[in-house]
Write a protein that binds this ligand. Sequence first.
Ligand code: HEM
Length: 398
Amino acid sequence: MTHGTGCPVSHTDYTNESEIYGHYTILDEEREAARFHFNDTTERGFWMLTRYEDVLAGFQNHKNWTTAVRTALFPESKIPLLPQDLNGEEHQKFRRIINPFFAPAAVRRMEELAHTRCVELLEELAPKGHCNFVAEFAIRYPTDLFLVLMGLPVEDGDFFLPWTEEMFNCMLQGDLDGAAVPKQKILDYFTAAIDERRRDPRDPAEDMVTRLVEAELDGETLSHDTILTTCMSIMLAGLDTTRSALGYIFTHLATHDDDRRMLIEEPESTRDAVEEFIRMYPLVIQAGREVQESCEFEGIDMAAKDVIWLGIGSANRDPRKYDDPDKFVLGRPGINQHLAFGAGPHRCLGMHLARLELAVVLEEWHKLIPEYRIKDGAALIERGSQLTLKELELEWEV
Ligand code: HEM
């Protein structure tokens, strides 16, 4: 079946869950079947760009294709996010306020603490001999580091974590009313932190909440709601993604002994391994965009308000860009050009932090738990939309 423009029509509903790697199989098939598809599974439908060069061009076409739609799958999302929702100069100005906290130098300052916290968590876990990796480790560690990054006490993780877990669980099941309760607790927690910084400011170069409270945009300070939305947005963007990346990486290592042993014997290759894992298992499989002014793209006529799917998940595994794309290859050519963190002005704010977190976990986990396996018969199911493993049962000898 073809769309009026001659473009093939895709009926694939990418919100469905599947067996692990099921989404990559379909993404690969669709990319090889055609360069573009029109997907009709949502009310507005969307243009799917499936190949590396087109997806990259799409990210670069940010003046006309904006984040007025952030995800092609839910174009009408009503949850405000900052800086995601801004575009053009307004977006740049806003990013300038928070960029310093996510720059390589700032992330390096967190390195020691990142190791200490990781070891503390692992020392609790290792004697057990088994865990549900997703719930017991992969979400807990990034939550603690998120608190540190924001300048909030890491001990608050004890009550903050159950709120985030409950919120993500409800959101995973599409239960938005259920998610509202823990969300309110998180908002109240941030509100208390913001009020406290207004009364008693810290060093704005080191404390992000103080920086947000004192920052000015066009001569005006940020409103309470803007600061609150920013804190919530960074949390939403950073926790689920890091948890998901860890889930795929540890599934890979539990099932590929050679790669796991290589990491143990050559820890200096950890950074390269992290980059290849991020390329190979993209979990944000698409970024959405909305066309502002009608345009032609590579022979497709697009109207204003059309929705676009920038297919990160298929681009990162495009054999035109990467040889043997589904193989784990250290130091492969062009690895730094992968699109797992997006590209252009909205490129992931937290990418250096994400890389650090993943590298620290790989180093510290393998020192304490070098051999582990997936529990016999454990189901490996991945959520649709933005991929994540629902559970990962690991076990090891103690
Ligand atoms: C492996 C982990 C991660 C992946 C794969 C990932 C992926 C992405 C992608 C693809 C985008 C671009 C979306 C677009 O262009 O529409 C993005 C943006 C963003 N990410 Fe990440 N991310 C990760 C970790 C993090 C972390 C740890 C944080 C913060 C703590 C974070 C904060 C953000 C923010 C705030 C944006 C919006 C940037 C903007 O619109 O200017 N991310 N991320």
